[in-house]
Design a binder for this molecule. Structure first.
Ligand SMILES: C[S@@+](CC[C@H](N)C(=O)[O-])C[C@H]1O[C@@H](n2cnc3c(N)ncnc32)[C@H](O)[C@@H]1O
Length: 355
């Protein structure tokens, strides 16, 4: 962090003042522009001269020269706000997305409604800022349906939804339009995979393209993972990813409804069951209990849960559901918030030991 002279302006003069200080060679591009309470703070390379201040006075109805602490830009990627400052009105700049998800060479973003008419410019700016990105997709609907899919609007680069993503040393072939995949679950995939012990049998009840399953098999030599998904496209990607990660010996992809598959083929086999279908997992707690070995094992139970007590809600729901089976919930070893999914709503996980 360094202290330096800066130009402070109301946000409405953001684009104009940026263009001005750039033209005057005054903008210190090594440091990031700051936004706070309706004002922008532009870091300057040096104190401005009297002539420069007069020039600013001519073009800006309101401004102040002050000193302030600025953070050095960590990455050399240009910021979206800087790339778009000449193309978008300042009040619109404030609505730019704060996060971009990267899946292989595809970037996905959620755009506020007021950005609709600027989406092509935003797509181009993301391509410019992230050289490895070939496609920019705007999320155009919510995740819905049995297969947990959403639609996308191509706003930059090559129009495609298929790519190859790398996560924790695994390769994932994905089609974002046809089978569920989220890079935001990366930490959770790794956390659960790290809990698996040698020799375990795992049932991944809602496997998608195999995010948990591949990683478990890659991390542990002596495991057996049954990866179930009801979506035929997810099943095709599961098979492809098993080959790509060379885990044919330990991951068995299965197409079908988890309840039916456990009833028919996977009763009393598992040391561990993963239930990552947050909106419906509660309806499958009896199935997970049935999949566990007679001596019991572990369940990773996911739920979408609301404030004020998302973790307490999920723990209570799981505890109640287990009471309706012939099993016993021995211990809740962990509960944690995985991510926020809407204001006041979270995806949470409860790890439980079942006997
Ligand atoms: C939220 S995604 C989870 C994907 C993956 N586990 C992950 O962490 O990325 C849930 C998956 O469950 C599948 N699914 C939904 N209902 C199912 C059912 N009754 N039996 C098996 N799979 C199901 C959907 O097709 C979807 O791929």
């Amino acid at each position: 962090m360094s202290e330096m002279p800066c130009l402070s302006v109301p946000k409405i003069y953001g684009a104009k003042s940026l263009a001005l200080v750039k033209k005057m060679n005054l903008l210190n591009q090594k440091f990031g522009v700051q936004r706070e309470k309706g004002y922008l703070y532009l870091p300057l390379t040096r104190e401005s001269t009297a002539t420069e201040i007069n020039e600013l006075k001519r073009d800006l109805p309101e401004f102040e020269i002050c000193t302030r602490l600025f953070f050095e830009r960590v990455e050399h990627q240009p910021k979206l706000v800087d790339l778009l400052s000449d193309r978008l009105p300042p009040h619109i700049l404030a609505s730019l997305p704060h996060s971009i998800d990267f899946v292989g060479d595809i970037a996905t973003v959620e755009l506020a409604p007021e950005l609709e008419s600027y989406k092509q410019a935003i797509g181009e700016a993301i391509l410019k800022a992230h050289k490895k990105v070939k496609t920019v997709l705007a999320k155009s609907g919510i995740v819905s349906g049995v297969y947990r899919l959403r639609t996308f609007d191509a706003i930059g680069g090559e129009v495609k939804t298929v790519t190859v993503h790398r996560e924790h040393g695994c390769i994932f072939h994905v089609d974002l339009a046809k089978a569920y995949f989220s890079p935001r679950l990366s930490y959770e995939h790794n956390r659960v995979a790290s809990l698996v012990r040698q020799g375990e049998t795992v049932v991944d009840m809602f496997a998608g393209v195999g995010s948990f399953s591949m990683l478990i098999a890659k991390k542990h030599r002596d495991v057996q993972v049954y990866a179930i998904d009801v979506n035929p496209d997810a099943f095709e990607f599961l098979k492809k990813n098993v080959l790509a990660n060379r885990v044919e010996a330990s991951v068995k992809p299965i197409l079908g409804d988890a309840r039916q598959i456990v009833d028919e083929r996977l009763t009393n086999v598992a040391d561990r069951v993963i239930m990552n279908l947050p909106e419906k997992a509660i309806e499958y707690v009896d199935v997970a209990c049935k999949a566990l070995k007679p001596k019991g094992g572990f369940i990773h139970y996911y739920e979408f849960s609301d404030m004020p007590e998302p973790l307490e809600n999920a723990k209570r729901h799981l505890t109640e559901a287990v009471k309706h089976t012939d099993r016993h919930l021995e211990k809740i070893s962990l509960s944690r918030t995985v991510r926020g999914i809407a204001p006041f709503t979270y995806q949470v996980v409860v790890d439980a030991e079942i006997r």
